[in-house]
Design a protein around this ligand. Structure first.
Ligand code: GLU
Length: 416
């Protein structure tokens, strides 16, 4: 069993990477090239705060691998955003874009800050300064940022504006923009939509019923809230939901429309009438059919993995399960659909948005959902078939496919 509390998150994802690399028998040099980020930038981001003080934040943009196309990946504003975390997330983007076969590499950005304690003015100034400081690395054929934890379409509008002040109007420089500024319809719901597509396909293969299936979603941000809404529209029984303040649980099912109204009125899901209050940790241990962590990294670890009572887990968050927990859950026979597949819907519709920007087109919502469904279903099918053929887990299969594609183009390009 892998039990090393000193492992960084990047070490942890590389455990998954190494397993696939071993199976693919990658040569040492290629393995090293694929494992390491190609370029890492750390910047100081000074911001004049509303009270007149100057605060200097630390920002990052890490370009993990660009063999398959321009680097692609979100920007996170979070107190825990640090070099190691951003590096981990950048590497996951490389395997994710390869797995769903988009013509992109992988990158991630971040600024260590607490966006919920900052005013809109402060966030606007922070975003502009960060954008200017990484401006020489990004570009529509170089690296295209997008939203992630703590950032949203407004953040992307500011990024686009800051970049466009130097380069002229450039909507394709970021994705996840407001629709009025060149964003794609369906980008806001895209990750959640991808999650429910994968859930439906998986349920079919496992002969589970989505209709009436008991679903627990940890996290009620952009990804979690859309997952709750769409899963409920498909007839799932949402039994537990949480946000940063805590969790609510109702074994007979939560009325989702009322929950959204409650969240809008009070700012939190907690205190929802008729539901029990639990902690975020307790929520993960509820008996259910589909457990969907949709918040942050490493929420399922060696301590709580033995207590999970879900039939299957779908990773809507990035890296929510440590390798130790992964092994425990595998031994317990609980299938895990990995992040690089489950949450890829976001970057898929980012790709649609970027293509629409390059060709000055506007797709209809139905076209976005249809094309997204095709890509997600195809990627799911590839993972399922590889899992069966090789006798490995879904995660191993997903990494195997992604890494194989990156290794292949590395060779084709002939730069080593
Ligand atoms: N931040 C999202 C992710 O982790 C989306 C990235 C993108 O759209 O480029 O996949």
């Amino acid at each position: 069993m892998i039990a090393n509390p000193t492992l960084s998150t990047f070490d942890e994802t590389n455990i998954f990477f190494d397993r696939a690399a071993d199976r693919l028998k990658l040569a040492d040099g290629v393995r090293e090239l694929l494992r390491r980020p190609w370029r890492e930038l750390t910047v100081s981001v000074p911001v004049r705060m509303d009270d007149g003080r100057i605060e200097v934040f630390t920002g990052y943009r890490i370009q993990h691998n660009g063999a398959r196309g321009p680097y692609k990946g979100g920007v996170r504003f979070h107190p825990a955003a640090n070099l190691d975390e951003v590096r981990t997330l950048a590497s996951l983007m490389t395997w994710k874009t390869a797995l769903v076969d988009l013509p992109y590499g992988g990158a991630k950005g971040g600024v260590q800050c607490d966006p919920y304690k900052m005013s809109q003015g402060e966030l606007n100034r922070l975003t502009r300064r960060y954008t200017i400081n990484i401006e020489h690395l990004i570009g529509i054929t170089r690296d295209i940022p997008a939203p992630d934890l703590g950032t949203n379409s407004q953040t992307m509008a500011w990024m686009m504006d800051a970049y466009s002040q130097i380069h002229g109007y450039t909507p394709g420089i970021v994705t996840g923009k407001p629709v009025e500024l060149g964003g794609s319809v369906g980008r806001d719901s895209a990750t959640g939509r991808g999650v429910v597509y994968v859930m439906t396909e998986m349920a079919k293969d496992m002969r589970m019923s989505v209709e009436g299936g008991r679903v627990v979603v940890q996290g009620f941000g952009q990804v979690g809230s859309w997952t709750v809404r769409l899963a409920s529209e498909m007839g799932c029984n949402i039994v537990g939901v949480s946000d940063i303040s805590g969790a609510v649980y109702s074994p007979s099912g939560i009325d989702v429309d009322r929950l959204f109204r409650h969240k809008q009125e009070t700012g939190t899901v907690t205190g929802f009438p008729g539901a029990d209050r639990l902690t975020n940790e307790e929520l993960l241990e509820i008996e259910c059919d589909f457990l969907i962590p949709a918040a942050i990294e490493r929420v399922i670890h060696a301590k709580n993995a033995p207590k999970i009572k879900a039939a299957v887990i779908l990773e809507a968050a990035n890296h929510p399960i440590t390798p130790e927990a992964d092994e425990i859950l595998n031994d317990r026979g609980i299938p895990i659909m990995p992040d690089i597949l489950v949450n890829a819907g976001g970057v898929v519709v980012s790709y649609f948005e970027w293509s629409q920007n390059l060709y000055q087109q506007h797709w209809e919502a139905d076209r976005v959902s249809e094309e997204l469904s095709k890509i997600m279903t195809r990627a799911y099918g590839a993972v399922r078939d590889t899992k069966k053929r090789e006798g490995i887990t879904y995660r191993e299969a997903a990494f195997l496919i992604g890494i194989k594609r990156v290794a292949h183009v590395t060779e084709l390009r002939g730069f080593i």
